[in-house]
Design a protein around this ligand. Structure first.
Ligand code: FES
Length: 145
C-alpha cells in the first residue's frame, strides 16, 4: 500500500521536534481523522534556515510532514510557498487515495507557519500566502479546542 519512501519517512522522520524561538508556527488538524500537525520555521534573510515538525497522526501524516520539511529546508520563502501537496506526494512516490488529505495537511501547515511569520511582523499575509482553503474536515489551530 505504501511506497518505500513513505515507509522510510514514517520510520525515520526528518526534522522532528520544536523550535523554541520559531519565527512562524502553523498548526492544522483534520476533524475526520483527528490528526494534528504542527510546523515550526526559523527564517533568516527570507530563507528557511530551520524547520521542525510534530505530528500526532497517521503514518502518512508523519511521512508527508517529514518530506515537506525536507523540501523547504534551506529554500526561500517564495519557494516554500510554491510547495503543493502534489509535490510532497510525488517526492514520496505517491500515496493511496484515502491518504491524500494527509499531504494537504502538510502543505497547509507550511502555509500557516508562513502566515504566522508575516502576522508576527505586522504584515498582512493574505496577499503573499493567499487564502488557506480548508480541505474536507481540515481545520486550523485556533479552532482545535
Ligand atoms: Fe488524516 Fe492521515 S488519516 S492525516
Amino acid at each position: 500500500m505504501y511506497s518505500e519512501k513513505v515507509m522510510d519517512h514514517f520510520m525515520n522522520p526528518r526534522n522532528v521536534g520544536e523550535i523554541a524561538d520559531a519565527d512562524g508556527i502553523g498548526e492544522v488538524g483534520n476533524t475526520v481523522c483527528g490528526d494534528i500537525m504542527k510546523m515550526y520555521l526559523k527564517i533568516e534573510n527570507n530563507t528557511i534556515v530551520d524547520v521542525k515538525f510534530k505530528t500526532f497522526g497517521c503514518g502518512a501524516a508523519v511521512a508527508t510532514s517529514s518530506m515537506a520539511t525536507e523540501l523547504i529546508k534551506g529554500k526561500s520563502i517564495e519557494d516554500a510557498l510554491k510547495l503543493t501537496n502534489k509535490a510532497v506526494m510525488e517526492a514520496l512516490d505517491g500515496l493511496p487515495p484515502q491518504k491524500i488529505h494527509c499531504s494537504v495537511l502538510a502543505e497547509q501547515a507550511v502555509k500557516l507557519a508562513l502566515t504566522d511569520y508575516y502576522k508576527k511582523r505586522g504584515i498582512d499575509p493574505e496577499p503573499i500566502v493567499g487564502k488557506i482553503v480548508d480541505c474536507e474536515g481540515c481545520h486550523h489551530g485556533e479552532e482545535n479546542s
